[in-house]
Write a protein that binds this ligand. Structure first.
Ligand code: GLY
Length: 437
């Protein structure tokens, strides 16, 4: 069967998915809405280029009309917003096959997630939800959290709806910005306040078909600009080589499995990617002199992580489309999930001024030379084509991913490739790949 695929999104995550799908000779056309300059350069096995189509990721009607018109076999959704808007339910109503869960509340409501975890005994930070009518109680609750607090807008707010606070003054200011000054709009009119945890943050990913799940190896997303400002992930690492610890096993037993059982119990048919952000906290659990961290849920995402997907895709050693199709069909137990042996590291290059301001239209040189470094792929995010030249066009611009047998090799190649890219308007962190979970 020859197939046409539609990918929704424009980041490094979507480029990584497309790069792998383009290797599948059954796929005769890939469309990406809206895509970017790097995605538009990917070539399929039949010689066709991937085609970018200018449809907004939130324009569900146009996306569904397009998928119908083009007879798309499978639509794969990258970003959170269309999932939060209920694209999965909308597409399934239109009899269109889609890789995205209908349980949008896991992505779009922090309060729902917190309540779900409380009901099912899934470990998470202590927390309570509030609205403007309970402003003083919200402040008092934040004061009671002596190790700091996290103030979360209930809804999606472009990845900026979470404020980490060390002091009560910072917490009161965040609460006021959300509940009183309405700076976060409807997303921040209900808030969740949680205890701030310290430890090691990791990302878990599991494919789900409504009945079964298959978990990926753990990965880590390096958020922040290294100077204390929060950003989208500035790098990622993952390993398939055994580390000798039991973090993945504990996360599966204490979070993924209970969450999966809870979905079955509540009649939630979850078909898609489940990605909990997790803090490995010190809970005094000792095992064989190794790590003694207990996993707690920080957030749930109903989609692939970015930049995590940029390290997962090069390491996948089985057919991606078969896995995605199996999730939609409920046959995940019949498909193998296999990985190459080794470690992958992704270094993100971002526009100067990111996360506060953006520069666009600056030429980028050396991408081909970077791609020529062995076991390396440069994934595009905020790029555009201007008079035949790749230029910057967003916050996170490129994700330079390399892989090797160990962390040292993967990291060395990734930074060697970064060194070949020249653009006066890009910066990157120098400390990615110090650790792979
Ligand atoms: N890795 C962060 C995210 O995908 O939201």
């Amino acid at each position: 069967m020859l197939m046409i695929i539609l990918i929704i999104g424009s980041g490094g995550r979507e480029h990584a998915l497309i790069w792998l799908l383009a290797k599948d000779s059954r796929i005769i056309e890939i469309w990406c809405a809206p895509g970017n300059a790097g995605i538009a350069k990917e070539r399929l096995q039949n010689g066709n280029l991937v085609k970018c189509i200018d449809i907004k990721t939130t324009d569900l009607s146009r996306l569904a009309d397009f998928a119908t018109e083009k007879k798309v076999h499978l639509t794969v959704v990258g970003p959170d917003k269309p999932i939060g808007l209920g694209i999965a339910t909308f597409f399934r109503f239109r009899k269109l096959r889609i890789f995205a869960p209908e349980a949008a509340l896991f992505e779009s409501s922090k309060i729902f997630t917190h309540a779900f975890n409380s009901t099912h005994g899934i470990p998470q930070p202590k927390g309570q939800n509030f609205d403007l009518d309970r402003l003083r109680e919200a402040e008092a609750f934040a004061n009671s959290l002596t190790s700091g607090s996290v103030i979360k807008a209930d809804g999606l707010f472009d990845g900026k709806g979470v404020v980490l606070c060390k002091t009560s003054i910072e917490a009161h200011s965040a609460i006021e910005r959300m509940l009183v000054r309405d700076e976060f709009g409807p997303a921040g009119r209900h808030i969740l306040i949680q205890n701030r945890l310290t430890g090691c943050e990791v990302s878990a990913h599991a494919l789900c078909d409504g009945k079964n799940y298959k978990m990926f190896p753990l990965s880590q997303d390096n958020k922040g600009d290294g100077k204390g400002n929060m950003t989208g992930g500035m790098g990622a690492t993952m390993r398939t080589t055994p580390l000798g610890g039991n973090d993945a096993m504990r996360i599966e037993n204490e979070i993924i499995k209970p969450w999966h059982n809870a979905c079955l119990e509540e009649g939630i048919v979850y078909k898609g990617l489940f990605y909990p952000g997790i803090m490995l906290t010190d809970d005094g659990f000792h095992l064989q002199n190794y790590r003694r961290f207990g996993p707690k849920v920080l957030e749930y995402n109903a989609r692939f992580g970015d930049p995590e997907t940029q390290v997962y895709m090069p390491m996948l050693n089985c057919n991606l489309l078969d896995l995605l199709d199996a999730c939609v069909e409920g046959t995940l137990d019949k498909v193998d999930l296999k990985w190459k042996y080794g470690v992958a590291v992704c270094v993100v290059m971002a526009s100067n001024g990111y996360p506060d301001s953006l520069t666009a239209g600056e030429p980028i040189f050396g991408i081909e030379q970077a791609d020529a470094v062995p076991d390396t792929k440069v994934f595009h995010a905020g790029t555009a084509l201007k008079d035949g030249q790749i230029v910057t066009n967003g916050g996170r611009v490129l994700g330079v991913t390399s892989w090797g047998v160990d962390l040292f090799e993967a990291k060395s190649k990734a930074y060697q490739a970064v060194g070949k890219i020249h653009c006066q308007a890009l910066w990157y962190r120098k400390d990615i790949g110090i650790y792979a979970p």
